[in-house]
Design a protein. Sequence first.
Length: 356
Amino acid sequence: MGVTTDGTVVEDLYSVHRTGASTGKVVAAARAWLASLTEAQRQAVTFPVSTTDYTQDQWRLWTNVDGDRDAGLSLADMTEAQRVRALAILKAGMSVRGVENADKMRHLNLYGGQLVDLTDQFNDELYWLTIMGTPSATEPWGWQFEGHHLVINYFVLGDQVVMTPTFMGSEPRVADYGIDSEYEGTKSFEEELAAGFAFLRSLSAGQRKVAITAVSTSDRDLTAGAYSDNAVMPYEGISASALNRRQLAKLWRIVELFVGNVDEPHARVRMAEIKKHTHETHFSWHGPTDDDAPMYYRVHSPVVLIELDCQDLGPIGKAAGWAAGSNQRHIHSVIRTPNGNDYGKDLLALHLALDH
């Protein structure tokens, strides 16, 4: 079903059609990586693009926490040539900024491991890649890149792409602890945080009262994170229909930052789809509004859900001895496609019904 507002799926939101945005590069990159693997490795990384047994649906078994995976092949277990080809899949399917963001999540994971001397557990190579189906220009397929604080699900059908759920997070958010690391100075979520605050502060006092739906973030976590495929989330906060043009532009800036992790042509297609539902789009904020305060925001419509949450201490923060309530040192975020089209599920169902 996917994320819904009341347990009922809104029908006829998605269709199988041509977008004019090529998927040729990501198909070629996936084929090249598979060709570089041994037969045993190929068997370990390939899964059906669809299964009726949700307990065996590799798409839905992702997690953002650290720990062992039992599927796919990690960057740590690849040869250098295989790693280059694996990461080329991300470069082919994502924007330049999207790849930079993914790299930041991995690099900050290593930095955190260096900070607390746990690099065997937190590093930039414990990320697993799997292929769903067979890379094709016409038939449905996809890939999943999964590890601590970084999960990308990427479904392809012809020239259509669904890159959700995508989870990104970091602890620490900024590498500014003065340790001997090549990633000292790395910063994450700078634009996403700034865009959220800029939108909130563009609201009038009356609008802000509607948008801020909780003054504390103590009970707030991502509602639609791992293992929450069928979360029920009523709309909350302020409707985009109550915004003026300047405020609406700031709201779209938030959405663009998350949607824009996919390659630019597909990001433009996706933004056009989202803007068709402008008057059904809502924004909500939980927590204080000070620049460095722990907070949460959400953008939610029938076709997109974005959550950004300032977490309390994670394993790195606890090992580092940070004080609880550590402001914006630890962040989680997720983007979803509600009403059944995460992992391209609705497009896949339509394809099977219409073309088979």
